[in-house]
Unconditional design. Structure first.
Length: 289
């Protein structure tokens, strides 16, 4: 069977054309992750949010289940596509995916924003987070008072790291501030730990705020890059993208004026709380550096 990839990024295209062979890294209901042992690409169901490593197909979640793909299955890459094996039990033929007619997106984040746009975005994100009920780091950035007893151990630790980082930034001890915030790496559970999603947002926010050359940014980037092996593979892939200024389509959309409702709608489509955790990181950067 041949299938068409509908959407992917120029970043993913650059990875794909240099791969020859690999394996299926992991399989989820709407995602099949492919790897050559170093980099990861994600074959995703139609309607999934577009990330730098996404290959968005025209298949539904049910269609993807019907492929009978398993972790460890071999993958053959062809430069502009790839082939997954068919199921012996179901007597399926091999599954060929082509990107030849896919729509390509440049997901390199533009910016920085001018001061007026930056302040407007921070206000819109703050309002958007007040509407969400996803939990996660949004509880730490809610305008409503959250009691310490209501926080999980993960959020309690995260709040302490963030507050300590804020204090160090005020003292302009940017190296220690970056070291403190980098301790969020790998903190949390799920496909992408909340701490990693927050750090991706921080890196995006620093760029949008025009702080790429700031000492804090330089320290944080080097510390994250040195510790990518401390978190899970999928999350490390997204952080690697962020270090190259490559972000999801919802993050890129923040470069134009959006209402809080529009922001929340697009980010809540990203995982259980991954999108709002990322928004929290963006808001932190816009407000604190």
């Amino acid at each position: 069977m041949e299938y068409q990839i509908r959407q992917f990024s120029l970043y993913a295209e650059g990875i794909l054309k240099h791969l020859t062979s690999g394996t299926v890294h992991s399989v989820y209901r709407r995602t099949i992750n492919l790897t050559d042992g170093k980099q990861i690409l994600s074959l995703q169901a139609e309607g999934s949010p577009l990330s730098p490593i996404s290959l968005i197909s025209g298949l539904s979640a049910e269609d993807m289940d019907a492929l009978h793909i398993r972790s460890g299955d071999p993958v053959h890459f062809t430069g502009d596509g790839f082939t997954l094996p068919g199921s012996f039990e179901a007597r399926d033929a091999a599954h060929h995916f082509t990107c030849a007619n896919a729509r390509r997106y440049d997901l390199k984040l533009s910016g920085p924003l001018d001061n007026t746009a930056r302040l407007s975005l921070a206000s819109a994100i703050r309002t958007a987070l007040s509407y969400t009920s996803t939990g996660g780091f949004a509880l730490l950035f809610s305008e409503k008072e959250t009691e310490t007893d209501d926080l999980s151990l993960i959020l309690f630790a995260a709040r302490n790291y963030i507050l300590h980082c804020n204090e160090l930034c005020l003292r302009r001890d940017y190296r220690e501030a970056a070291l403190t915030l980098s301790r969020l790496l790998g903190l949390g559970t799920g496909l992408t730990p909340s701490g990693d999603d927050f750090l991706c947002g921080v890196l995006a926010g620093l760029h949008l705020a025009g702080k790429d050359g700031h000492s804090f940014t330089q320290f944080l980037r080097s510390m994250i890059a040195a510790r990518l092996s401390d978190t899970i593979d999928i999350s490390a892939a997204f952080l690697s993208c962020a270090l190259e200024n490559q972000f999801s389509l919802p993050v890129n959309s923040l470069c134009r004026p959006l209402t809080p409702e529009e922001i929340l709608s697009s980010f809540e489509e990203i995982g259980h709380s991954s999108g709002t955790d990322t928004l929290c990181g963006i808001l932190w950067s816009l407000r604190h550096i």
